[in-house]
Ligand binder design. Sequence first.
Ligand SMILES: NC(=O)c1ccc[n+]([C@@H]2O[C@H](COP(=O)([O-])OP(=O)(O)OC[C@H]3O[C@@H](n4cnc5c(N)ncnc54)[C@H](O)[C@@H]3O)[C@@H](O)[C@H]2O)c1
Length: 302
Amino acid sequence: MLHLKLQILSKIVRLNASKFNLTLSFFGLASLIGRLVGKVALITGGASGLGKATAHEFIQNGAQVIIADIDSELGPQVAQSLGPSAYFVPCDVADEAQVADAVDAVVTRHGKLDIMYNNAGVTGPVYPPSISDLDLDKFDEVMRINVRGVVAGIKHAARVMLPIASGSILCTSSISGIMAGLGPHPYTISKFAIPGLVKSAAAELCRHGVRINCISPAPIPTPMSVSQIAQFYPGLTREQVAGIINRLGELKGAHCEDADVAKAALYLASDEAKYVTGHNLVVDGGFTCFKNLSFPSQDQVV
Ligand SMILES: NC(=O)c1ccc[n+]([C@@H]2O[C@H](COP(=O)([O-])OP(=O)(O)OC[C@H]3O[C@@H](n4cnc5c(N)ncnc54)[C@H](O)[C@@H]3O)[C@@H](O)[C@H]2O)c1
């Protein structure tokens, strides 16, 4: 009976989301029905890994999710597996026109865009490791997706959010954007750019009621990180490589999972973070908080 009542209430709320949002929080019902009821979210790189996990979390919380991804084979399959609250639009974030089209398609269909998650990214080549051998064309490729693609996402989300003075923009950085030496040079450089461009955009957007934040996760065994680390361990299975990644953290008794990023994104996207903007939410179990001094043992001291 309670289930049926909640289903009916949920349906009413979806139809009249803006009117009911206040009522819901007043009665403390938002957490029961979902923290993103009535919201429309576009997630780039949503066909895999962290984007897919976030799409699932957003849908569980009542959002309609549009997966924008370059992978036109996997994208529709993932959207279908997520159910009727998800659909796919093809989009290469390196091409501004495709980002603009994806945003416009969402606004045409739903009349608005509440949440834009600029999450698509690539690691780029691991070899050659030295900056003295850096291939600048490969560097440009990484920057085109990881930085230019995010800027394009912010630009076109702002284009539709500013006139209504409402919206939440998210971006994915990394612990590679906080400490150097954790990834290849182009990836590190691209991820350092994200918290900076989030602050730059926040400086303007906050005056218009639009929030923008980023998330910096620790290594998580997604297809991207597994295929990157596997290059150092030829012959190991996917599970073995995932195990290596899971043991890279510092926080005892836990490892970083895609769901941790999805829940961070849920918080930042929701009205619970209504006064949070320009922020970098680091999801790393303390990894970037410290570095131990490597003192020699007594017998090593000459
Ligand atoms: N997995 C990790 O350990 C980790 C840690 C920190 C940050 N990140 C960041 O998280 C984000 C997601 O990575 P992931 O680990 O989920 O990787 P993933 O490879 O599982 O997913 C990335 C998705 O982005 C899509 N994509 C790639 N290039 C694209 C483009 N040009 N246009 C549109 N879509 C494109 C891919 O098709 C894929 O679906 C990336 O920005 C990555 O840098 C990942």
